[in-house]
Design a protein around this ligand. Structure first.
Ligand SMILES: [Zn+2]
Length: 78
């Protein structure tokens, strides 16, 4: 084995690591539920106010469910 081989292997490993991080990010991203043209909450299936969606296009939950979700996330994160 020569140096070039190691260099190539290292580059490949780095690429794979970056790809794994990207995959992880994509999995974390939640797909919003849409019913009848309106965005609905993933947890309670209540409509999310349009204003909230405009402010945060990636929102998938109504305010109380989002707060609940974030609180749980913090607890489990410990
Ligand atoms: Zn909800």
């Amino acid at each position: 084995m020569d140096e070039k081989y190691f260099e190539m292997a290292a580059k490949q490993e780095e690429m794979q690591r970056k790809q794994a991080i990207e995959d992880h990010k994509n999995r974390l991203k939640e797909t919003p539920l849409i019913r009848g043209g309106a965005r609905i909450c993933k947890d309670c299936e209540g409509a999310i106010p349009f204003e909230r969606v405009q402010r945060n296009p990636e929102v998938v939950r109504c305010v109380p469910c989002q707060e609940d979700h974030e609180m749980k996330g913090r607890q489990y994160g410990r």
